[in-house]
Design a binder for this molecule. Structure first.
Ligand SMILES: [Zn+2]
Ligand SMILES: [Zn+2]
Ligand SMILES: [Zn+2]
Length: 287
């Protein structure tokens, strides 16, 4: 089944332009006036998240991975009118602070909007947005959501509307957080390393999306050379870097990369297969 992945945001936690920064990349990402585009729109990077769109029978399904502080503007830009489920990677502000903007979207879902998160991330959401989960004296227009805990086991899977989402543990500084594989694509934001137990879960990929913060090494994030080495090791057909800071100018950074590695930018869309094709033997048996 064909799916479309949209980068809602491709920037690091502070966003690009970083407020108050006089550097050339931030200047190129700053609109010269109201209603004017920035000189290099691909350097204008909002906080990182993705949208997945695919069909379940005749129904259009929308699944988000993370809702950062820019989620409202991203949803307006991408005409998001309906969300069927949200998966979270971890509880850092740049990945969860748009949670409250799910309120109006949650009213369109029968029952509660399903949220998927590992235990530490679920606890962070319940703490930061405690008013949402209150059972008494509840504000009537709080988000109608229901958190489902994802097991910490590598490869633990949830099936959403016919597509399977597998947990891929990744190292993020001192924490282990959740990356996701869905069909032939994987999204590993906020990753400083990929632990050995996750490598077998990342074979035969069409699309691999990796954190690449900057050129210099960093304690909590991978950098361009390290993520390039992961692409060489895992051999996906295509790779995209995300969670990028203001060290990386889009055009000059991309020009120095191999052709199978591109930089994500806000609004970039990729088509891929979200359900793994059946092995040849099963297709033969079926026919
Ligand atoms: Zn982040
Ligand atoms: Zn800057
Ligand atoms: Zn983080």
């Amino acid at each position: 089944m064909e799916a479309t992945l949209t980068f809602l945001g491709s920037g690091t936690s502070m966003g690009i332009p970083t407020l108050g920064c006089p550097c050339a990349v931030c200047a190129s990402a700053t609109p010269p006036g109201p209603y004017l585009p920035p000189p290099e729109p691909r350097n204008r990077r909002t906080r990182p998240s993705i949208r997945l769109s695919y069909k379940e029978g005749e129904l259009d399904r929308t699944v988000l991975i993370d809702t950062g502080p820019d989620f409202h503007a991203q949803a307006v830009r991408e005409h998001i009118r309906r969300v069927d489920a949200v998966l979270y990677t971890h509880g850092h502000a740049d990945h969860v602070m748009g949670f409250d903007d799910l309120r109006p979207l949650s009213f369109h879902v029968p029952g509660n909007l399903p949220i998927y998160a590992d235990d530490p991330t679920a606890l962070a959401l319940e703490r930061i947005f405690d008013y949402t989960f209150r059972t008494e004296n509840r504000y009537p227009t709080s988000a109608r959501v229901e958190i489902h805990r994802i097991a910490s086991t590598p490869g633990a899977a949830v099936t959403l509307f016919g597509a399977e989402f597998q947990r891929i543990p990744v190292t993020h500084g001192r924490q282990t957080i959740t990356g996701y594989r869905f069909g032939s694509a994987a999204y590993l934001t906020d990753m400083s390393d990929i632990p050995p137990e996750s490598l077998p879960l990342l074979q035969d990929l069409d699309v691999l999306i990796l954190d690449a913060l900057r050129h210099e090494p960093h304690g909590s994030h991978s950098h361009v050379a390290k993520s390039t080495a992961f692409v060489e090791l895992l051999k996906p057909k295509r790779a995209f870097f995300t969670h990028m800071g203001h060290d990386l100018d889009h055009a000059t950074t991309e020009a120095a990369l191999p052709p199978n590695i591109r930089l994500a930018y806000d609004g970039l869309q990729i088509e891929f297969e979200i359900t793994s094709p059946k092995p040849d033997s099963e297709i033969e048996q079926a026919s």
